[in-house]
Design a protein around this ligand. Sequence first.
Ligand code: LLP
Length: 418
Amino acid sequence: MHHFHYVDNELYCEDTPVQRIAQEVGTPFYLYSHATLKMHFEAFDSPFRDVPHITCFSMKSNSNLAVIRLFALEGGGVDIVSGGELYRALKAEVDPGKIVFSGVGKRPEDLAYGLDSDILMFNTESSQEIERLNSIAGEMGKKARIALRVNPDVDPETHPYISTGLRENKFGIDIREAPDQYAKASKMPNLEVMGVSCHIGSQLTQVDPFVEALRKLLSLVDKLRAMDIPIRYLDLGGGLGITYDQEEPPHPTEYAEAIKKEVKGLDLTLIFEPGRVITGNAGILVTKVLYTKSTDEKNFLIVDAAMNDLIRPSLYSSYHAIQPVVKKGRRVIKADVVGPICESGDFLAKDREIDAYEPDELMAVMSAGAYGFTMSSNYNSRPRVAEVMVRGDQYHVVRERERYEDLIRGERIPDFLQ
Ligand code: LLP
């Protein structure tokens, strides 16, 4: 079932015409389908229904309060990587007992905030972090529940910027060093060592690297249990890919079956940190054509969204399909879809076979629900765009478009410049 679909050549999100939202909210804006988010969460979560597990949505992919709240209501937790994400999660009333805190550079104040909030577990990534967490927990009179994030040295075969489980990456603790680190951590008075974790990369389109990483983690669990370190949680991270263009990633059910086969009978609670697979295809970015222009070399469609709104094409050369909000019998041209930002790297599509849109026509940049709004910035002093959630025939602005006042919030001209 697809919740972004055409009715009489007009793009709808569920039962709501996208054009109507654009007229009322203005452009650009991110648009999320409630039904799709819910369906994708269930598609990931339900195949694990028969094993102890927690689906901790990776909120770096989409951290809008309404989105997180939806998953909290579905029984999900979250994977956080900063104090700011913890703040959002608590505002959305996510159960702290289902929050895992990952990240290679957690600040002392973030560790304290996590302890104070009684989150489920810190995925620690270095021996210094482990020591620091132990001492902060001691000062606070608390015990920190931890896993070690190990680096299993598995090639996820994805874009180098989003591959994280290779020895050359900055993430985690080398799996060969892990037993020693575990032995040390388990002697620290203010830590409760209870898990192993990893995250090998993002936008994976095969199951095999996950299984390879899992096997390495399981043999570590065996070793640790033999050392009398009672491991109860295994966190396999996120990373399952989606279709942007021609990719054919495994369905979550296939992923789940492969994993369940490996962990049968091992008294472990599984944790997953899916982001993109849940939100990616549940959102689009709607933008309006401002101008068109042709040179001898190229055609340009200049639109009102830019790299500050969706940086993925510029940063990773990512492909995002572009569809008309109203289908017409336009001729097809080859063009670059570019934004107003003063950089040649500001494009949403390059050399794309695309409708010859006219000014004021709307286009939908597809698969923009993950790492879209969350990676947006105010570059060129562009207010960040609105976020809208559709449910059935209703839409809700779940984040207002920023105003010019928001751009200078907190800025001051010092006395000596008055
Ligand atoms: N857990 C950890 C520890 C992570 O670092 C990440 C993503 C995830 C879970 C979720 O991964 P997912 O299921 O979404 O693949 N900005 C890039 C993606 C960066 C991913 C960073 N870590 C992009 O737009 O493709």
